[in-house]
Design a protein around this ligand. Sequence first.
Ligand SMILES: Cc1ncc(COP(=O)(O)O)c(C=O)c1O
Length: 407
Amino acid sequence: MLKTKYYGEFGGSFIPEILVSTFDQLIRAFNEAKADPSFWQEYTELMSTYSCRPTPLTFADNLTRHFKGPRFYIKREDLNHTGAHKANNVMGQGLLVKRMGKTRVIAETGAGQHGVATATMAAKFGFECTIYMGEVDIERQRPNVFWMERLGATVVPVKDGTRILKDAINEALRDWATNMDNTHYVLGTACGAHPFPEMVSYFQSIIGKEAREQILKREGRLPTRVYACVGGGSNALGIFNGFLDDPVELVGVEAGGRGLDTGRHASRLASRDGTVGVAQGYKTYFLQNMDGQMRETHSVAAGLDYVGVSPILSSLKDQGRVRFESATDKEVLEAFSLTLKKEGLISALESAHAFVQAYKEAPHMAKDDIIIINQSGRGDKDIFLIAEALADPEWIKFIQKKAKDYK
Ligand SMILES: Cc1ncc(COP(=O)(O)O)c(C=O)c1O
């Protein structure tokens, strides 16, 4: 009998019959690993020697002065190997794959960060690797595709539907159903059927564990607020997990795209457009039409451009434990520039959503309040998007020259 899990009314396991035994095997392997103290030890050891953990908690003194308080801290997930928090999840799942004795991994990817992280993990552990990616995302994130292929992965362009992340997930599930004996599906965020939401947040909880210890050591007290961007929800749950039982306000920031009133966004929890539904194996708030068809989403940040959201976050929203806000593409570019100029930090466009909300609220906070912003990834991967959005004339010239050279 398939064991499942709900978070309030959200979560569950809505999977095809054929995958039941594979999910059972995964649930068993995960539960055994969790109960074995040496597993977490092995995981933290791997992350400290391979991925720069613990990542620093940087005091942002220039931003603190700029806003005249609160005291800004930035959790530096951008310093993970491969440049984002995605490494925490894939390396953890890689250890589980070894425990299960499987030899092939598959994954979906939107921004490409998760694809690069999975291909890296596969190279390190010696697994065969296939990555599913929507054609539209492949166009937006060619540098990541380049690295996945160089790392030895096969990148399969997904031509169905709107050709973005949700379509890549469907395709990966199809692959898994036919190859489950030797294959593990490395889901990239805290979504999907049980045990993925729990398992991904378990590995990502390393962020919050560290951040809590670091802020107590540095300030001797807890932060007032913690901010994180929300795509599927894994980096947010990762840092929030450290503070869920504390009197700390938790703020998740979704993609407001062109604006919530334009319909061109990916805000499932902060907008009024998200409705409860079942898709891709789980129940949560989705952006869907009256017939349950998934809507098109939009964000300048490919990693936030997803129709569903973690069932754990949906439940935390309904409990009122996490507040959800949204940031528009325009606000994101402004916040990105301010962080860069004031602190010398190139944040991923995804992470810049969290900065937007912190910058909006800072002027209304007390001078000695403390805030932590989770910088989920670094923005080097976004150079094409950012340079284009800022219409940098020298960059345009550079690209035009390159294009001419290739003719
Ligand atoms: C840097 C970065 N931050 C955030 C996200 C959003 O994912 P999640 O909400 O699971 O943290 C992504 C997804 O690709 C990402 O690459």
